[in-house]
Ligand binder design. Structure first.
Ligand code: R5P
Length: 296
């Protein structure tokens, strides 16, 4: 007899990637359609039976403004159709960097975004959210939240692929990742000082790193967005270190031409986790996490 499937997973924006994953027998891939009317309004149609089931929407939130309305409508639709529990699994969680009023008159958008998600979903699961001034997701989310960490997978990948690494965090915020990865990989690390002057302008202080000349430099950051943080660090390292760095990011957003700029920058390799599907993905977390959360 076929086992009853209690969990249905949908993806509005990463359906192609979801179809490549092997999911456990408790879990069914759901079918839905997004219809856009000529006036750009939309309607979501859930085609899979979800009454009394745990529904998971798996969608990473890079380009969040293009996605949030559809996701909120999808969650509301699932609720109306009798879903028992509605989880948002957003491996990359957007808006977390807007965690204070940087200039007078600005809104703190991480809070507003959290209010929307908390109003529509029963639970949020993510991977390495950018927790800096907010210390936990519960500071702004009113639904239960869980976050998984990429550090052990990045450390494992590094041990398997890099000989004699020195890990480099480009700014103070990256210390939490770099320190843990270096510890797990039993390697040294340094953390640089960054000052952001604008969306695409940063200054970075690189200390004297001549004592690491024999090591392979590995830049680690949680997010690559415009790429300026990585690009500036690669440029500075080039003045001091004979080896091209490997760049590793948890979340590769790669806005505009950032990825091609990085490829031309002198970096040896650009590696990301599969939190956002991309050709640079070499560290795979999503299948395991989806199987874990759908088995609960
Ligand atoms: C910020 O503190 C983050 O950890 C990243 O360093 C930052 O988001 C990278 O952004 P970008 O690629 O635009 O420099």
């Amino acid at each position: 007899m076929q086992k009853m499937q209690n969990t249905v997973i949908f993806s509005l924006f990463h359906d192609k990637y979801l179809n490549q994953l092997t999911l456990g027998e408790n879990c069914q891939k759901g079918q839905l359609a997004i219809h856009e009317f000529p006036d750009k309004e939309m309607v979501i149609k859930i085609k899979t039976e979800i009454s009394e089931k745990h529904v998971i929407f798996y969608d990473s939130l890079e380009n969040p403004n293009d996605k949030i309305v559809a996701l909120l409508f999808a969650a509301k639709t699932a609720r109306e159709l009798g879903a028992k529990k509605i989880t948002l699994f957003a491996p990359y969680l957007a808006y977390m960097r807007q965690d204070k009023q940087f200039e007078a008159g600005q809104g703190i958008t991480s809070k507003y975004f959290a209010e929307w998600i908390s109003s529509a979903f029963d639970e949020l699961i993510t991977i390495d959210p950018h927790l800096h001034r907010w210390k936990t997701l519960q500071d702004i989310y009113t639904i239960p939240t869980t976050h998984f960490h990429a550090a052990s997978s990045i450390a494992r990948w590094s041990v398997e692929h890099i000989q004699n690494p020195v890990f480099i965090g480009p700014d103070q915020e990256s210390e939490q990742w770099v320190c843990e990865i270096a510890g797990l990989a039993d390697a040294p690390y340094i953390v640089l000082k960054k000052n952001r002057l604008g969306d695409k302008t940063v200054t970075i202080d690189l200390p004297d790193i001549h004592r690491y000349q024999s090591k392979s430099p590995v830049l680690v950051d949680d997010i690559v967005s415009s790429g300026v943080t990585m690009l500036k660090t690669i440029e500075l390292l080039g003045h001091q270190h004979p080896k091209s760095p490997i760049c590793i990011a948890v979340h590769g957003i790669f806005s505009d031409s950032c990825y091609s700029q990085l490829k031309q920058s002198g970096a040896k390799n650009i590696i990301t986790c599969d939190t956002i599907p991309h050709s640079s993905n070499q560290i795979f977390l999503i299948e395991d996490i989806l199987n874990k959360i759908s088995a609960e």
